[in-house]
Design a binder for this molecule. Sequence first.
Ligand code: NI
Length: 195
Amino acid sequence: MHKRDLMIYGEPVLRKKARSVRDFGEYLDELFQDMIETLIEEVGLGLAAPQVGESVQALVVRAGAGSEETIHRLLNPRVTVLADEESCVREGCLSLPTLRADVVRPARVAVRGVDPQGRPVEFEADDILARALQHEIDHLRGVLFTDRADPGSLVWMVPDEEDEEGFRYEPTTLPEAEQAFERLRRRRAAKKQQA
Ligand code: NI
């Protein structure tokens, strides 16, 4: 297994509706292992297959913490909202590095899908797991958190040694962020060509 390159905002695959999985086989083991490796190395909460360039309905999400941590592997997921209650959290995404924005989402959901062996899976989630699942399922439909965010809340996380947390937030706009990601994609492509 190996870590895959992350697709950055602007890659067409991030805007495609991913195809659902109908046949289950070893190619899925490899995809999931690579996704988990990438998730762990990039210190993410969740990852969807389009973020590693595969337009299939597959996602991984971390749940629990420490030795209790498990990583859900889910295919063809569907989400059902369980309560009117919503929460607003400052969200980010590995495909939009260092960008954050406030996103309102339902606080409790039920998720149905299949596991990598093709067995049906169904569970309920709240709090951060519910949010991560909705964020990753959005990816499978070509939706990014900036589509749902309050545009006035867009900020960059900027490293700042003076700050207690090691970073500060700087306001930005969507066009500014899009340009920054375009430059980042070009830099990464040039670096890859050199390697
Ligand atoms: Ni994301």
